[in-house]
Design a protein around this ligand. Structure first.
Ligand SMILES: NC(=O)c1ccc[n+]([C@@H]2O[C@H](COP(=O)([O-])OP(=O)(O)OC[C@H]3O[C@@H](n4cnc5c(N)ncnc54)[C@H](O)[C@@H]3O)[C@@H](O)[C@H]2O)c1
Length: 362
C-alpha cells in the first residue's frame, strides 16, 4: 500500500510541469560526502514555518482528501431512475460454457431496483435465473421487474417459458424487515439459491464533521444489511441442505482511500464487507455455500452521472487515476456477477474480484 501510494504521487508529480522543481536543492551530508533526500523537504509556504494542511501546493496534494467536498446521499424522491440495458444478450449464437448458465436457479438481489443492482439483476435473468428484487423502494422495484421480463421477451423471441421476476420491500438494515422479505421470496419462488447484496450507499463528509446518525445509517445499510441477508439466506440453504453462492458487493474503497472526497466510514464499511465475504466463505465452506466479493471501482450509474454533472472536476480527478482511463459502466459487472454465482467459479470462494479498470494497482 505504501509503495503504491508513493508511485502514484511520483507519477502525478512528474506530470505537473508547473510544480516547483522538487530535485532542485538536495541537502548534502558533508561527513560521508553523499547527497540524500530527506522524507519531506518542500519549503513550507505558509507563515511561521508551519504547513497549512489545506495548502494546495504542498507535497502529496494529489493523494489527500479535501474536506470541502461534501456530498449527501439524496432523498429517495430525488434519485434518478436506472434504464434497463438494451441491445445486449439476445439469442446466443455464440457458443459458451454451459457452466456459466444460471438456469433453474432462484436469485435474490438486494438494492436491485436501481444502479448496479438492477443491471446485475438483468444479467442473472439473461443467464436463465428467476429473480427476486428486494429494495427499499418497492414501487420502482415492481416497475423494473416488469421491464426486465419485457426486455427478456424482446431478446428471446419465440421462447415460451418466461423468467419469474418478483419485487419485494425490505430495509436491509432492519432484521425483522430482512426476515420478512426472505420468507416472502421463499413463498413466491419456493427457494433461494443465490444472493447478491447490492443495497448500499456512500456520502462525503470529512470524518470530524460526519453527522453521527448518518454514519450509523451508512454502516447499517452497507454492513448490517449485507450481514443480515447473508445469514438469512445461508440459514435457508442449510435447512434445505442445498448448495448456494453469494456475491457481496463491496468497493475498491475497501482496499484504498479515495481522493479527493473524504469518506472514511464508507471505506471502512466496504473493507468490512470484503472481509465478511472471506470470513463467511470459510465458515460455510463445509455447507457448500460459496461467498465472494465484487469490489467495483468508479462506475457510471444514473446517480454518479448526476453527481459528476454537478462536479466535473471530480470526474477529471477520478479518471486521471484510473489506468484504463475511463470510469466503468454497470454492464461491466454483468459477466463478473454471473461468473461468481455460477458453477464456472465453483472452486472459488472468499475471493475479492476487483472490477476497477486497474485503479487499485497503482
Ligand atoms: N456506483 C459506484 O460507482 C459504486 C462503486 C463501488 C461500489 N458501489 C456499491 O455498489 C452498490 C450499489 O451502488 P449503486 O451505485 O448501484 O447505488 P444506487 O443508489 O444506484 O442503488 C442502490 C439501491 O439500493 C437501495 N437501497 C438503499 N438503501 C436500502 C435499504 N436500507 N434497504 C434496501 N434497499 C436499499 C436503493 O433504493 C437503490 O435501489 C452499493 O453497495 C455501493 O456502495 C458502487
Amino acid at each position: 500500500m505504501f509503495r503504491s501510494t508513493v508511485s502514484r504521487q511520483a507519477a502525478k508529480a512528474l506530470s505537473q510541469s508547473s510544480r516547483p522543481a522538487p530535485f532542485a536543492a538536495p541537502l548534502r551530508c558533508s561527513a560521508s560526502n553523499t547527497s540524500f533526500r530527506p522524507l519531506s523537504y518542500t519549503i513550507p509556504r505558509s507563515k511561521g514555518g508551519k504547513k497549512d494542511p489545506g495548502d494546495s501546493e504542498v507535497e502529496g496534494r494529489f493523494a489527500r482528501t479535501d474536506e470541502s467536498v461534501v456530498i449527501e446521499y439524496p432523498n429517495d424522491a430525488d434519485m434518478p431512475r436506472t434504464p434497463i440495458v438494451q441491445g445486449r444478450g439476445g439469442m446466443h449464437f455464440k457458443r459458451t460454457l454451459a457452466q456459466f448458465s444460471l438456469e433453474n436457479k432462484v436469485s435474490l438481489v438486494t438494492g436491485g431496483a436501481r444502479g448496479l443492482g438492477l443491471v446485475m439483476s438483468q444479467a442473472l435473468v439473461a443467464s436463465g435465473s428467476d429473480l427476486a428484487i428486494v429494495d427499499l423502494n418497492r414501487e420502482e422495484a415492481e416497475e423494473q421487474a416488469q421491464k426486465l421480463v419485457e426486455q427478456f421477451k424482446k431478446e428471446n423471441p419465440g421462447l415460451e417459458q418466461m423468467p419469474n421476476v418478483t419485487a419485494h420491500y425490505a430495509d436491509v438494515a432492519n432484521p425483522d424487515s430482512v426476515n420478512t422479505a426472505i420468507a416472502e421470496v421463499i413463498s413466491k419462488h419456493g427457494r433461494i439459491d443465490h444472493l447478491v447484496t447490492s443495497a448500499g450507499f456512500t456520502e462525503n463528509f470529512d470524518a470530524i464533521s460526519y453527522p453521527y446518525d448518518r454514519m450509523q445509517k451508512l454502516w447499517g445499510v452497507n454492513v448490517d444489511g449485507t450481514y443480515l441477508f447473508a445469514i438469512g439466506v445461508a440459514k435457508h440453504l442449510m435447512e434445505r441442505k442445498a448448495p448456494g453462492s453469494m456475491v457481496l458487493i463491496g468497493s475498491m474503497s475497501g482496499a484504498i482511500v479515495n481522493v479527493p472526497q473524504p469518506q472514511a466510514p464508507y471505506n471502512a464499511a466496504k473493507a468490512a464487507v470484503r472481509h465478511l465475504a472471506a470470513s463467511l466463505a470459510v465458515e460455510w465452506a463445509a455447507h457448500d455455500i460459496r461467498v465472494n466479493c465484487i469490489s467495483p471501482g468508479y462506475m457510471l450509474t444514473a446517480l454518479t452521472r448526476k453527481i459528476l454533472d454537478e462536479r466535473p472536476d471530480l470526474r477529471d480527478k477520478w479518471t486521471s487515476l484510473i489506468p484504463v482511463g475511463k470510469m466503468g459502466t454497470p454492464e461491466d459487472l454483468m459477466g463478473a456477477v454471473t461468473f461468481l454465482l455460477s458453477d464456472a467459479s465453483k472452486y472459488i470462494t472468499g475471493a475479492d474480484l476487483r472490477v476497477d479498470g486497474g485503479y487499485t494497482l497503482t
